[in-house]
Each structure stands twice: as C-alpha cells, then as structure tokens.
Design a protein around this ligand. Structure first.
Ligand code: 5RP
Length: 266
C-alpha cells in the first residue's frame, strides 16, 4: 500500500501532479479528449500519475509508459441524466490488481439521493483494497451542481471520504479551502473543474490550493483543453514541486509556449 502511494505522491516532497483523463466515463468524447491517446501522449512525461478508466488504459495507454495509474472504478450514469449520483463500482479490485494500478478512485455524492449508496460503495472498495494492498481515492463529486463547491460542504464530504478509509481525497478548491484541508486527516488533491478563463486563473487556483493545504492536483480540462497543454502542466509542476509563485509559473508557461512553438516550426 505504501509503495503504491509513494509511486503517486513523490516521497521527495510529498506532492503530486496527477493528470485526470477519466471524464469519458460519463461525458463521452468530451472536447480535446476525443482521442485519448493523442491527448495523453505529449503530456504524460510531465505527470506524476495518470487518472483513467480501464477502457482507456487498455486501448490508449502504452504499457511501456511507466507513469503510475489511478484507475477510475465508479460509474453508471451519463451526462444525459440530470442526476449523476447513481453510481456503482464498475471495475473489480481483481482487475485493478491485474492492471497493476497504483490506486483506484471512486466518487462519493454526499447530500444526494444516492449518498448512502456511494458511501457504502467506497467502504466496500476500501475493504477490497486492503486485501490487495491497493489504496483508494475518494472523489467528492458534485455532478452538475457546481454551486455546491463551498468550504462547508466540501469539508464535510472530504472528511467523510477519509473516515471511511480513503487514503487520498480529491475535491475542489474553494474559498476558505484551509477548512477543507485541515479537517481531513489524509492528503487532499484538487480537481480543476471546467475550463477557466485564463492561465493565470489556473495558476492562482493551484498556488492557493497548495498554500492552503492541498498536496497537489488531479487536473484535466484546464490542462488538455488549453491550446498549450504541455506549457500549462510544466507551469503547474513548477508551483507544486518547486514552490513557484503565480508570476513564476506564468513565466514558465510563456517560455515553454515559445520553445514548443519554435520546435514545431523547425
Ligand atoms: C471526472 C473527474 C475528474 O478526474 C476531475 O474532475 C478532474 O478533472 P477536471 O480538472 O477536468 O475537473 O473526477 O469525473
């Protein structure tokens, strides 16, 4: 278990830049993730962990790549349904072990009609993970209700995930985020959510989340829906692993944007 966790969260600084590409399990071929391999291949060298479903892992991830895998194992609803909370466990722990993943991830939907179901699903997964030595990440999902993302709600949902046995919790950044991170006895990472307006917005989110107690990010759309995904992830890495400020991250972004453009033109 510890060995798997330290593959995802770097023991040198206790931080992690996770690349989330698991959206297709309920969104289908969402913008810029239509062809998962094409999206993932250029960015994966800069990710500490890759989050995918088993379908994308099998079809689109080269087994020779050595980036640890965070396997999404919950699902059962699609964007066509207003209520996204009716999820079950969709991949067995036995298959997760066979796929040699570093951890598995499951959504919990606190305060919804399927609150109990999702929390019991998490508890079952944690029990099975203990048998195989596979850590579980709980994701405090909000479905389409993005306005739910405030400190009071996220602190509650995050803590519930940890209490049931998640080894890491993924949640959203929000105002007073330290209330969320401080109330959670296991490491917390933040998702990015829908695409933000500017790169500075992304770097501010990452900087503030780390400053207020997150150990990293598990971010998707704000990386691969950007016109310069490699430059964005490199700038995020600078904040997470090198304590860069927002200004310094913006510089890393601009420098990489230029050098990648020059490489392409040559
Ligand atoms: C999809 C997820 C995503 O992994 C999570 O939301 C992170 O991606 P993004 O930064 O695009 O929000 O859990 O259900």
């Amino acid at each position: 278990m510890s060995n798997r966790l330290s593959r995802m969260i770097k023991p040198s600084d206790g931080k992690s830049v996770m690349l989330a590409c698991d959206h297709g399990y309920f969104m289908g071929p969402t913008h810029n993730l239509e062809n998962p391999r094409k999206t993932i291949e250029p960015i994966i060298p800069y990710a500490d962990t890759l989050s995918v479903t088993r379908g994308v892992l099998r079809s689109s991830v080269d087994p020779k790549w050595d980036t640890p895998i965070l396997l999404r194992v919950s699902g059962g609803a699609s964007v066509l349904n207003d209520d996204l909370s009716n999820e079950e466990i969709t991949t067995s722990m036995k298959d997760a072990a066979r796929l040699n993943v570093a951890a598995v991830a499951i959504s919990i939907f606190v305060g919804t009609a399927h609150e109990k179901q999702s929390l019991v699903n998490l508890s079952k997964l944690v029990d099975e993970g203990e048998d195989y030595g596979i850590p579980v990440m709980a994701i405090t999902a909000v479905g389409k209700e993005l306005e739910k993302r405030d400190a009071k709600y996220l602190a509650l949902a995050t803590r519930l995930g940890a209490e049931i046995g998640a080894k890491v919790v993924k949640t959203y950044y929000c105002e007073n985020f330290s209330k969320v991170a401080n109330g959670c006895p296991v490491p917390v990472v933040v998702a990015g959510g829908p695409k933000l307006k500017t790169e500075a917005d992304i770097f501010n989110l990452v900087y503030n989340a780390l400053d207020e107690g997150a150990i990293g990010v598990d971010m998707g759309r704000n990386i691969w829906q950007n016109e310069h995904p490699v430059a964005v992830i490199k700038a995020i890495r600078a904040i997470v692993h090198e304590n860069a400020t927002v200004k310094e991250a913006q510089q890393v972004f601009e420098d990489n944007k230029k050098s990648i453009k020059a490489e392409l033109e040559n």
